[in-house]
Design a protein around this ligand. Structure first.
Ligand code: NDP
Length: 332
């Protein structure tokens, strides 16, 4: 019998997320039933969508109090009672914030790590963040070669993929925004974007106007708030915005919306929200377009790995305070 360590949500945050909202518990796992796997997590994901779900229902229900926080994980099968699965296989599954998990094989996806691609690639560029970037850019914003594109939170998981994909698909200008001078240098240096804007330095609209004096055709929104308002001003006639996320408002009471919405009419803009979960059938097209760029190293996919299960709250907070680069993951 295996004893799992897990972090459960023991109280809902009142305002800021605090480590004291979570409690470490040890739980003896039940023997496997037919069709189940015991998986030892290599690492699990922390995602912005978890932040509101600590407190309220969103497009998914709020996390249960007293239960391990739900999260995607990649790990190795250490025991199998499921046809077609063997000890040592790599699985992508809903492992949660724990080291060992019993999962139904029907809900796990076998991953076959390719040479040079670590398993956590399936939590990043070949997982939800990568698919989200592809859907937002290709299906929602309908980016065309020659378009001028701005991607916010461009040093993060979704944003870094979206910005690099825009370059790879022939955008004439790709601007990335991120917090801090170091991340701005990362955007133009490592990721090879045309321009970077440090939103923490202030004067966001002026910085953007300097980077794109003729405006933009596409805005990939990961941030909302003042970023979205600046984008509406910067978009050219016929411009499109893929509304992917609004992290600047997560965990906060609703604030005032953009004050410049009449621009939508004047410039015939299209702003469209989307959820990647509605687009899972696009997986094959996504892999066909993105996998070669991952395998030949065109796409940089940096990861910040937080070691130890108990660092999960800190990893989650890093999505708000920016104390990470690329995709934030936890190795329990
Ligand atoms: P990231 O790896 O991008 O981490 C979040 C980043 O948000 C931080 O690194 C930080 O960037 C930035 N950020 C946080 N607060 C602010 C703020 N107040 N102003 C500006 N930037 C801020 O996370 P993901 O890539 O996983 O997710 C990015 C967005 O995509 C989120 O909004 C998320 O909800 C959304 N999403 C939507 C999906 C969908 O189906 N629609 C699916 C997956 C994600 P910095 O370090 O530069 O400060």
């Amino acid at each position: 019998m295996v004893t799992a360590r897990e972090l459960v949500l023991s109280r809902r945050p009142q305002g800021r997320i605090e480590p004291g909202c979570f409690t470490l518990v040890e739980r003896k796992l039940p023997a496997l039933s037919q069709g189940q796997l015991l998986v030892r997590a290599d690492c699990f994901s922390v995602d912005p969508s978890m932040i509101p779900r600590l407190s309220v229902d969103t497009y998914a229900a709020a996390f249960d109090l007293g239960a391990a926080v739900e999260a995607r994980a990649v790990g190795r099968v250490v025991q199998s009672r499921a046809d077609g699965w063997s000890e040592g296989d790599w699985a992508l599954c809903w492992g949660g914030w724990r080291d060992y998990a019993v999962v139904d094989a029907s809900e796990g996806i076998r991953i076959q790590p390719r040479s040079g691609l670590p398993p956590h690639t399936w939590l990043h560029v070949l997982g939800v963040p990568g698919l989200t970037a592809y859907i937002g850019l290709v299906d929602v914003a309908r980016m065309q070669p020659g378009d001028r594109v701005w991607v916010s939170a461009a040093a993060g998981a979704v944003g870094s993929v979206a910005a690099q994909l825009a370059k790879a698909r022939g955008a004439s200008l790709v601007i990335g925004s991120a917090g801090g001078a170091e991340k701005a240098r990362y955007l133009t240096g490592t990721l090879g974007l045309d321009a970077a804007v440090d939103y923490r330095a202030g004067h966001l609209a002026e910085q953007l106007r300097g980077a794109a004096p003729e405006g933009i055709d596409i805005y990939f929104d990961n941030v909302g708030g003042g970023h979205l308002e600046a984008a509406i001003d910067l978009l050219r006639t016929g411009g499109r915005a893929a509304i992917c996320g609004m992290i600047s408002g997560y965990g906060k009471p609703p604030g005032p919306g953009p004050g410049n919405l009449t621009q939508l009419i004047i410039k015939r803009l299209r702003l469209e929200g989307f959820l990647v979960l509605d687009h899972l059938h696009r997986r094959a097209a996504f892999e066909e377009a993105v996998l070669p760029l991952v395998e030949d190293g065109t796409l940089h996919t940096d990861v910040t790995m937080f070691d130890d299960l108990q660092s999960a709250p800190q990893a989650l907070l890093s999505l708000l305070d920016g104390a990470k680069l690329g995709k934030a993951l936890v190795r329990p």
